[in-house]
Design a protein around this ligand. Sequence first.
Ligand SMILES: *[C@@H]1O[C@H](CO)[C@@H](O)[C@H](O)[C@H]1NC(C)=O
Ligand SMILES: *[C@@H]1O[C@H](CO)[C@@H](O)[C@H](O)[C@H]1NC(C)=O
Ligand SMILES: *[C@@H]1O[C@H](CO)[C@@H](O)[C@H](O)[C@H]1NC(C)=O
Length: 622
Amino acid sequence: MGGRVWLFSLSVVFLWGSCLGRFVVEKNSLKVTSPDSLKNVYECAIGNFGVPQYGGTMVGVVAYPKANRKACKSFNEFDISYKSKPGGLPVFLLVDRGDCYFTTKAWNAQNAGAAAILVADDKLEPLITMDSPEEGGDDHVQNITIPSALISKAFGDNLKEALTNGEMVNVNLDWRESLPHPDERVEYEFWTNSNDECGPKCDNQIEFVKNFKGPAQILEQKGYTQFTPHYITWYCPEAFILSKQCKSQCINHGRYCAPDPEQDFSKGYDGKDVVVQNLRQVCVFKVANESGKPWLWWDYVSDFSIRCPMKENKYTKECAEEVIRSLGVDIRKVNDCVGDPEADKENPVLKAEQDAQIGKDSRGDVTILPTLVINNRQYRGKLDKAAVLKAICAGFKETTEPAVCLSEDVETNECLENNGGCWQDKAANITACKDTFRGRVCECPVVRGVQFVGDGYTRCEASGLGRCEINNGGCWKQTKNGITYTACVDGESNGCKCPPGFKGDGANTCEDVDECKEKSACQCPECKCRNTWGSYECGCSGDLLYMKEHDICISKKSSSRYSWSFLWVIFLGLAIAGVGGYILYKHRIRSYMDSEIRAIMAQYMPLDNQGETATHGPFANI
Ligand SMILES: *[C@@H]1O[C@H](CO)[C@@H](O)[C@H](O)[C@H]1NC(C)=O
Ligand SMILES: *[C@@H]1O[C@H](CO)[C@@H](O)[C@H](O)[C@H]1NC(C)=O
Ligand SMILES: *[C@@H]1O[C@H](CO)[C@@H](O)[C@H](O)[C@H]1NC(C)=O
């Protein structure tokens, strides 16, 4: 089974690769300013991690370590440090390719104090883009801040030779021309995926969307950028359309496929679930864009990842629709756009996505997920708010860059509209929506020292001491004729409970119980019952006296004797009930133990009903 799955995925990837494969490596200039023999501008390929200085340059000297030349180990072990002393030039550490992840090399170089890392290729070949490992790599990928570049073997050899001869090699890594910056608006695309269970890459994508949402929305609202999200899909090879694999990975009769999230067809979500959610995300963008609010895509995607994760089995249409509704996007239009995934026909939106995958002009095919394309160039470097913002800002014509490129303290004011899709209690003027530079977040608030708890989207409840002080803890409360009843109990950490004499959910309603009609009190033959709000009144006929505790009428005259004998009756009754209860309890315990023992015995002596267990049991061992 495993082998077949693997082969199948291979064939899909292969087909995709062979029909589109025109991958353009984004190149930068590395200028050598000394020694004279090497003076020139060379090409290098910036890695897909670290923080490149888009729009800027970096100047330094090259060093090639005496040991640990592949930088697969920490330089501490070799007592080597490249921390530049005050006034010294930053060090570009030259290392050899091979033996470990590029990210490991960069991490070790960074820890040794290098300002950038140059990886010399170990064979003669065109430059490639260094990527971070899919998974299983190091958890410090996100902490790499130095830029990294791959250089050709020939250039690397020349640098090493010059260094061996004792020459000082000065270099200048230039990002100024790496992004076209023709005008006052930056167009950018984000190639992504709604799959949230693919390890570090997926986590990184979601983290990025959440963090970048704020700046992205400001830039879009003020017209500085035009953003478009994109999703990659594959198509199923003709011969496999009816196979189980294509049926579980594809929609629209094999036209649009995505790999199975767990790489296991038999469990969890299937590739086609991912395609449908991807499609829904494109559609939310399309519908929001048509209504002039393309930035709602950022809210939708980040909320969907928070509210509808695969892990909690909420990666569903219903959950998606709830998020769409809370953002005020027209759900009918979104559903029209998604269409029928079972239909044997093209979906115009996904068709357009497949067409857009193929590179045009200088962009090249998109083959790495996630990918950012800024002004039609693929962005290289870490997917991180500051790094990406820097790159986008480098895409503006000089002096036309918006303020967000210069300062970060901007508020988004998203809560003003539709309360940002978050929970709120309008009556009490309490909201879970908070504006931050990261965009709005839905977080249950703390009001006058009382913590609200809940998911922040649909539910927040005051909790802990003092909670009844605030909007009565969200519970029912009513006053009539100077008497007030409340369903909020301050000692309880949350929830509402109707007070005695009332029934209802406690949150919205508590209704008076009519004790007289319900015959729950005042039922003795001489009793006269009258219901009141929250209680009842009971009187006795003649000159009898009502005893509320016992709900009976007693004679005033011989009250002491009467009540004493009455108390004895009660006591006796209680004693009998107690003994009866004990006997019942013993009996229950015994029969329970009987059945337990029988069950245990049956495991060791499964003689009588052996055949039955084998056919009806939920487990089988073959
Ligand atoms: C990466 O940085 C974060 C915070 O900046 C820190 O909590 C984490 O431990 C770092 N990870 C490594 C591997 O250094
Ligand atoms: C979004 O709307 C703008 C303006 O209405 C339009 O120019 C652009 O093509 C739209 N983008 C998409 C992907 O539909
Ligand atoms: C609600 O509270 C906010 C701040 O907590 C305040 O600025 C606003 O005026 C209040 N609105 C109403 C209607 O009371």
